[in-house]
Design a protein around this ligand. Structure first.
Ligand code: PEP
Length: 250
């Protein structure tokens, strides 16, 4: 099963549901859909309730983009708990996106978010990735290992986590890793987690995110171990998002 996950970031108003209806219509008529892939869209918090109701009986799942790290309710102005998200009928949340890490989220906090999200029966899409300098200094894998080991604490957790490898230098930049470079990283992450948690490699899911569009997706088709994509900019247009899926299975 592959995943095509759209991260809308700070985009969307109530009428943006039209984008999802178009994606859903494509999915229903696409003969590749059976068992092959799953679509998840992460709109902003403001649209979660409406989208969750509208697409409840469709094949598109809805995800939140983040969640708070403690309590059901509490004096945490401006924050939303996993409990509140789950009560909307939502089953997924992104955690650890680099844009949130850049505003202060560290691995420890991300680990707390993961465990509270899982306790509330949300599956987690955990974002990890190195920046340009770390890549230049050949620190990619040590950065990824640290992000993983400091935020995932048990095998039980790992089963409910989809990992999205998103190099920061690629997000929104139009630059993507080569096929070989990406394949090596994905395989290394799987080997590392397999060794650390003794979970079979086939049960570990790793996606790639960063400037995925209908062109760049072609580079990655041949990577067997890659379990899908986290798509930012191109997920805000139904056509661009659908073209990625079409090109992947062409
Ligand atoms: C993202 O921010 O998760 C992302 C992958 O963005 P983009 O596709 O626009 O690079």
């Amino acid at each position: 099963m592959r995943y095509f996950i759209g991260n809308w970031k700070m985009f969307g108003i109530p009428s943006s549901h039209k984008i999802l209806y178009k994606i859903n219509a494509f999915f229903k008529r696409d003969k590749n859909n059976k068992k092959k892939y799953k679509i998840i869209i992460a709109p902003p918090f403001t649209l979660l309730h409406d989208f969750s109701k509208r697409f409840k009986s469709s094949k598109i799942s809805i995800s939140s983009q983040n969640c708070y790290h403690k309590d059901f309710y509490g004096a945490h102005t401006g924050n939303i708990s996993p409990f509140m998200i789950k009560k909307l009928g939502i089953n997924y949340t992104l955690i650890g996106h680099s844009e949130n890490r850049a505003s202060g989220e560290n691995n420890k906090l991300i680990g707390e978010k993961i465990s509270l999200a899982l306790k509330n029966k949300l599956s987690v899409i955990l974002c990890i990735g190195e920046n340009k300098i770390e890549k230049r200094n050949k620190k990619t894998f040590s950065v990824l290992k640290k992000q993983l080991s400091q935020s995932i604490t048990s095998k039980k957790y790992l089963k409910k986590i989809i990992i999205a490898y998103e190099p920061l230098w690629s997000i929104g930049s139009g630059r993507v890793p080569s096929k070989n470079e990406l394949e090596k990283i994905i395989v290394n992450i799987k080997k590392y987690l397999n060794k650390k948690f003794r979970l079979k490699r086939k049960n570990i899911r790793i996606l790639y995110g960063g400037s995925v569009d209908k062109q760049s997706v072609l580079n990655f088709k041949a990577i067997n171990e890659l379990d899908g994509f986290l798509i930012g900019g191109a997920s805000k247009s139904s056509k661009n998002f659908i073209d990625i899926i079409k090109n992947f299975y062409k």
